[in-house]
Ligand binder design. Structure first.
Ligand code: PRP
Length: 223
């Protein structure tokens, strides 16, 4: 019987993916928050979870080291999506990609003057495309985290980052000046795995898809 591997990152994606997997009858045999194991079995003998860094999920799936994965749209845009089949928006990990800067920064004036600005971000590709589409000249500075510090220390004029509750921006006296796009996590599949292991991949995709629809119904009813 062929085995199936699913790449997931710890934290919010893992926590929010669990109920969708449970609806498909899949329960992990360990909690990655407490276990140091990176390969975690499930109640289904043929299905294994790989715990990888969020930004590495598309790479594992692209090369077939994992058959499926769950990755944020933010990560997928930076990866480029080569060699990946994206069948499903899981509607979890919802947030938005936005441009933010110090409160009081004259963003409208900067745009009007056509001034060249410095943009600090982990999402270099997304930021480059966003500002290019606006015809703005930017110098991009790649950071790996704590981007909020960049406008506060003079490293950059603005940041491009994910905003969820807005608490991190608020705590650092930053404000959103432009929305770029809504973000959510996607199920990604290696195309060869889909072909060769369709007997187990397709039912799993169908179950997860049904779970997403059911979850949407519950959320809409609660509104
Ligand atoms: C993200 C993002 C912000 C924060 C936004 O960071 O980079 O810092 O969450 O969330 P909020 O609007 O609810 O405050 P994350 O915690 O994912 O860590 P990272 O800095 O390693 O990306």
């Amino acid at each position: 019987m062929p085995t199936l591997t699913l790449a997931l990152s710890k934290g919010r994606i893992f926590d929010e993916t669990l109920p969708l997997l449970a609806a498909a009858g899949l329960v992990p045999s360990a909690d990655p928050e407490t276990s140091r194991r990176l390969i975690i079995g499930t109640n289904s003998p043929g299905i294994t979870l790989l715990i990888v860094r969020a930004s590495d999920v598309p790479t594992y799936v692209q090369y077939g080291a994992a058959d499926l994965g769950v990755a944020g749209k933010d990560v997928l845009l930076e990866h480029g999506g080569d060699g990946l089949y994206l069948p499903l928006d899981l509607e979890i990990g919802r947030c938005r990609m936005a441009v933010a800067t110090r409160r009081g920064y004259d963003w409208a004036g900067t745009i009007q003057r056509g001034a060249r600005i410095r943009v600090a971000t982990k999402y270099v590709k997304t930021a480059r495309e966003h500002f290019a589409a606006k015809g703005m000249h930017v110098d991009l500075i790649k950071l790996y985290g704590s981007m909020e510090l960049a406008p506060l220390t003079g490293l950059a004029d603005v940041i491009v980052d994910l905003v969820s509750t807005g608490n991190t921006l608020k705590a650092n006296d930053l404000v959103v000046v432009e929305d770029i796009m809504p973000i959510s996590a996607r199920l990604i599949v290696n195309p060869a795995a889909l072909k060769l292991k369709r007997d187990i991949v397709q039912p799993l995709l169908d179950s997860i898809s049904q779970a997403v629809t059911a979850r949407r119904g519950v959320l809409e009813a609660a509104q």
